[in-house]
Design a protein around this ligand. Structure first.
Ligand code: ASP
Length: 340
């Protein structure tokens, strides 16, 4: 039996063309994409495709679009063996993270891919990315899919989506997963890192479509002023703030800063401590500069990426308004996004 794969085309460089007049890159019709890759017709996979009516540059990504993608996956879940989501690389890590939380009990592969150069360009990285992503989405071991999670495939590597970060705006190798091993590498053979793969649980897919936008990011830098900190902590309709700290979760110990945080927490604000570093984890209390965080109830987020933290907060706040439950979920490994 041939595997069936559904391509979901959302936009991104992979499907863009240079506008003759302005020279700017703009999305083009999906039909032109398949025409650009005749190899797709030679696959031993039954391919079908859905394209967004208006493909977007992923810098325009919104939670409402994540919901749209999740619903397409839900609608087609029993009809195909795997999904490939074509997406711009700029916010691909956010989308992969969001989908990982939205798709509970995922037992099939959802592989996001894109490219740094449009598919029509001679040196494009898009062809290899797309062809191998399809191969991964179709791959089975006996009757079972090899992958049962949301991943990103880019430049010969398959990553757990909610562990990734776009770290390079020019190189073909645009993503890294500093705190979790690569799931597979493509060379002459596709080599899966079996020990790192999430095992399917065989349960029924549950799609969560309630996401809360009531979050903010407060990035620490030497010299940050009380004015800026308080503007964010007191912003309207913000229930949770990602505090992007230095190193293993440290920040200034100035009195006004500690008092501002304490006040926000006392009012019910959730503060999630996420490190600015790409690798390693938050360890509140390791240094004196983070000791007070632990006491006042700032939540340490282990080794989560900022991208996954944004998605997790939107998901958790969309799921419950019970503070204890929110804290419990944030401290738990829900989809392989943190190492507890
Ligand atoms: N700006 C583009 C996007 O994210 C870049 C890319 O496709 O890689 O949609």
């Amino acid at each position: 039996m041939k595997s069936k794969v559904l391509l979901i085309y959302t936009g991104g460089t992979i499907g863009m063309m240079q506008d003759a007049k302005s020279g700017q890159l703009k999305p083009f019709d999906f039909k032109q994409l398949t025409a650009q890759i005749p190899e797709l017709n030679k696959f031993d996979v039954t391919l079908s495709a859905v394209s967004f009516a208006n493909p977007i540059d992923s810098s325009d990504m919104q939670p409402s679009v994540w919901i749209e993608i999740a619903k397409i996956i839900e609608k087609n879940y029993d009809k195909v063996d795997g999904f490939v989501v074509l997406h711009g690389s700029d916010t691909m890590s956010f989308t992969a993270s969001a989908l990982s939380f939205m798709l509970e009990n995922l037992n099939k592969p959802v592989v996001l891919t894109g490219s740094q150069l449009p598919i029509g360009m001679i040196r494009t990285d898009g062809k290899e990315n797309l062809i191998t992503a399809i191969e991964i989405a179709a791959a089975k071991n006996g009757n079972k899919p090899i992958i049962s999670e949301v991943c990103i495939y880019f430049e010969y590597q398959l990553y757990r989506g909610n562990r990734t970060h776009k770290f390079n705006a020019e190189h073909f190798q645009a993503f890294q997963s500093a705190n979790y091993p690569v799931l597979a590498e493509a060379g002459v053979h596709l080599k899966y890192n079996q020990a790192a793969l999430k095992a399917g649980n065989g349960k029924k897919l549950k799609v969560h479509t309630s996401l809360s936008p009531e979050i903010a990011i407060l990035k620490m830098f030497p010299g940050i002023t009380q004015n800026v900190v308080e503007a964010i902590l007191n912003a309207k309709n913000v229930k949770a703030v990602i505090l992007e700290t230095f190193g293993s979760g440290n920040a200034t110990t100035q009195k006004w800063f500690i008092e501002s945080l304490q006040k926000a927490i006392d009012k019910g604000m959730i503060i999630l401590n996420v490190t600015q570093c790409n690798a390693g984890k938050v360890e509140q209390g390791k240094y004196a500069t983070s000791a007070s965080f632990k006491k006042m109830g700032v939540i340490g987020s282990y080794d989560i990426t900022t991208e996954a933290a944004v998605a997790k907060l939107m998901f958790v706040l969309g799921t419950t308004s019970n503070k204890k439950e929110i804290e419990k979920l944030l401290k738990s490994d829900l989809r392989g996004e943190i190492t507890v």
